[in-house]
Design a protein. Sequence first.
Length: 115
Amino acid sequence: QVQLVESGGGSVQAGGSLRLSCAVAGAIDAIPIMSWYRQRPGKERELVASILRTGRTNYVDGAKGRFTISDDRAAKRMFLQMNDLVPDDAGLYYCKAIASGTAYWGQGTQVTVSS
């Protein structure tokens, strides 16, 4: 069983930065991949970035060069550093973990970017 709790969302102006955090309760060693997703109003939830247990990372095109995903498995946390934010980055950001073939989601943290 895995539980995820996101934090770090907020409201910033365009060009600002936020650092999202995802706290993991459960056996993080059993989680081979963790991801950040975003859901904009009226749209489907979409992948932003992923990180493997090996440390390998993957980003969608819009996040490359501005966002950095990382983890601290000893602290059982995952992070998303978001820089140079634009209004299109706004949405509800979710942490996702896959363990033993099951996907676990957090409750989300809201990001608002004003122009």
